[in-house]
Ligand binder design. Structure first.
Ligand code: GDP
Ligand code: MG
Length: 596
């Protein structure tokens, strides 16, 4: 296809504004998927994606669209819709010339609408503003067209109105895409350069790499090189997705499709990397390549210690499909053998955990998630800490923690509540803008550790569900952090150590000591539960002793009953862990780590 007839676009939207539904409708209207094959959220392939209604991996699909003069090829590139995957979103956007900015006509602009719009503008994309769900009785298209027009500087009349559900306005939108989005531009005679915007592991075919060709062309059987690693591979297959993969004779300037080289690990085909020909190599890679960087770390342990080898194998398999997943073995006195795993964020953590449990049948326990701290000691040594157990005991000069730039959108009546929340999370207000008299955008710098776990829930509950949030990494800051240990009868329980802000150490200590007092059964002796910073105890609870043993109850009773009780007690012991001389049922660890 000549580049003049190609349009590459993506749909950017806040979650639930109807991106997947609109994509489904486009597949139908262009005839790529017929009524019989149609199922909801055609492009969201992973089970977890369907169940949660989110897109984790992006996809690209090629659709023919005939206008009065010509048939055009529209490549729709679906982008992941969550802050954990901002880098993948930015690469998908970089593969396009234009973006459909989709806004729910009953909701208006939300935080992810803005975050994605800013990313699209950074990539110089042509923006087509569209109000969706105009079939809803609660839709207020006039009001929100004004809001969008004010934001992107267009005329409210230019904001299109569609319904992904009924299909109203969808053909007109496809016409508008052809009309307004510029065709791709590239040098067909230059050495090939194609950008990888996604790569997915497939059990049968190995890694399937999605690319957008910028210059030159790629054809089957030729040898290609990855510019970041210099690795070379033979192109076993090349093709387009419409909506299933179809092999083709090659891809030229501006085209979007997939490659198969037989590699078995997505790390050999990295998102953001440039593919070139082995013999005729491009001298310069396309810009914007970054290695994925884990932001959140957690220990993952099998509940049944004998599952450890299975956990290792499962992680090795998941890694083939997930370039951002990193892990190394770790041991905990309390939890046994497990792994310290690095994730892009909390959603990524949840997805990995869910896949390990669901696809590999493992029962897991995860420790409190942690961000990465940099501790500088008095002697100038620097230690990177992703696990409280690595926290150095020497004299500390300073500690830095990662921070994010957060955008919060909410009705203006909640400004006070949001400020109060951000204050308790050590946030700094960076700026505030009114999108309309009743909607406000607030920009904050916040420590990552303060927002990854439960910030969004807290924000939602203080704004009756009306606030939306988006954030991106924004470097690090020095902070007054300490490590709090939890001790049972003087012995540290490693799984409960945490790095927290000095002002929150006491609250954490009191909370954990209180929980453990409830969860750990009474022993033959009194057990102090303490929270401490170094040698300084900051909170204390006591588990009182019991005297009774099980046999005392059936004094004089029949012997078989005694035996049964002893058996039962032994069984119970198997699931006990010893912390010093204190017996702790494994359930207590699980409960203490999984609450709140
Ligand atoms: P996404 O998160 O942006 O991909 O949103 P989805 O396409 O999954 O849609 C979110 C919800 O909005 C689903 O319950 C859809 O059925 C509903 N929805 C999407 N488009 C429309 C529309 O045009 N009209 C109405 N009434 N509902 C819609
Ligand atoms: Mg979706």
């Amino acid at each position: 296809t000549p580049p003049e007839r190609i349009r590459n676009f993506c749909i950017i939207a806040h979650i639930d504004h109807g991106k997947s539904t609109l994509a489904d409708r486009m597949l139908q209207v262009t005839g790529v998927v017929d009524q019989r094959q149609m199922r909801d959220q055609y492009l969201d392939r992973m089970d977890i994606e369907r169940e949660r209604g989110i897109t984790i991996k992006s996809q690209a699909v090629r659709m023919p669209w005939a206008t009065a003069e010509h048939t055009h090829i529209l490549n729709m590139i679906d982008t992941p819709g969550h802050v954990d995957f901002t880098y993948e979103v930015s690469r998908s956007l970089a593969a396009c010339e234009g973006a459909v900015l989709l806004v729910d006509a009953a909701q208006g602009i939300e935080a992810q609408t803005l975050a994605n719009l800013y990313l699209a503008m950074e990539n110089d994309l042509t923006i087509i503003p569209v109000l969706n769900k105009i079939d809803l009785p609660s839709a207020q298209p006039e009001k929100y067209a004004e809001e969008i027009a004010g934001l992107i500087g267009c005329d409210p009349e230019d904001v299109m109105r569609v319904s992904g559900k009924t299909g109203v306005g969808v053909p007109e939108l496809l016409d508008r895409i052809v009309e307004l989005i510029p065709p791709p531009v590239g040098d067909p005679d230059a050495p090939a350069r194609a950008m990888i915007f996604d790569s997915v592991y497939d059990t049968y075919r190995g890694v399937v790499t999605y690319v957008r060709v910028v210059d030159g062309a790629l054809s089957p059987r030729e040898r290609i090189a990855m510019m970041s690693t210099k690795a070379t591979h033979e192109l076993l297959e090349i093709g387009v997705i419409s909506p299933e993969p179809v092999p083709s004779k090659g891809l030229g300037v501006g085209e979007v499709g997939y490659l198969i080289t037989g590699v078995k690990d997505v790390r050999q085909s990295k998102v953001g990397d440039t593919v070139t020909g082995e013999r005729r190599q491009a001298s310069e890679a396309l810009g914007g390549y970054k290695d994925p960087k884990p932001m959140v770390f957690s220990g993952l342990y099998p509940i049944d210690g004998s599952d450890y080898p299975d956990l290792r194998e499962a992680l090795d398999k998941l890694k083939l499909n997930d370039a951002a997943l990193v892990y190394e073995p770790e041991t905990s006195a309390a939890l046994g053998f497990g792994f310290r795993v690095g994730f892009l964020g909390m959603l990524h953590l949840e997805i990995v955990r869910e896949r390990l449990e669901r696809e590999f049948g493992l029962d897991l326990i995860s420790t409190l998630p942690n961000v990465e701290y940099e501790v500088t000691l008095d002697d100038g040594k620097v230690v990177e800490v992703t696990n409280p157990s690595e926290f150095p005991s020497g004299r500390i000069d300073s500690i830095t923690e990662p921070v994010v730039r957060a955008t919060i959108l909410a009705p203006s009546e909640f400004i006070g509540a949001i400020m109060e929340l951000c204050q308790t999370r050590r946030g700094t207000l960076r700026g505030m803008d009114y999108l309309s008299p009743e909607r406000v955008e607030m920009r904050y710098t916040l420590p990552l550790a303060e927002i990854v776990f439960d910030f969004f829930d807290a924000l939602k509950s203080r704004t009756r569900g009306y606030a939306s949030l988006d954030y991106e990494p924004d470097g690090t800051q020095v902070a007054d952090l300490v490590k709090v240990d939890i001790l049972l009868q003087g012995d540290t329980v490693d799984a409960f150590s945490a790095i927290v802000h000095k002002d929150k150490a006491y609250a954490y200590g009191v909370q954990m000591a209180g929980k453990l007092k409830e969860l750990i059964p009474r022993q033959q002796f009194e057990v102090p539960v303490q929270a401490a910073i170094g040698a300084r105890v900051i909170a204390r609870e006591t588990i009182r002793a019991i005297r009774k043993d099980v046999l005392a109850k059936c004094y004089g009773g029949d012997i078989s009953r005694k035996r049964k009780l002893l058996e039962k007690q032994k069984e119970g012991k198997k699931r006990m862990k010893m912390v010093g001389s204190v017996e702790v049922p494994q359930e207590a660890f699980i409960a203490a780590l999984s609450q709140d």
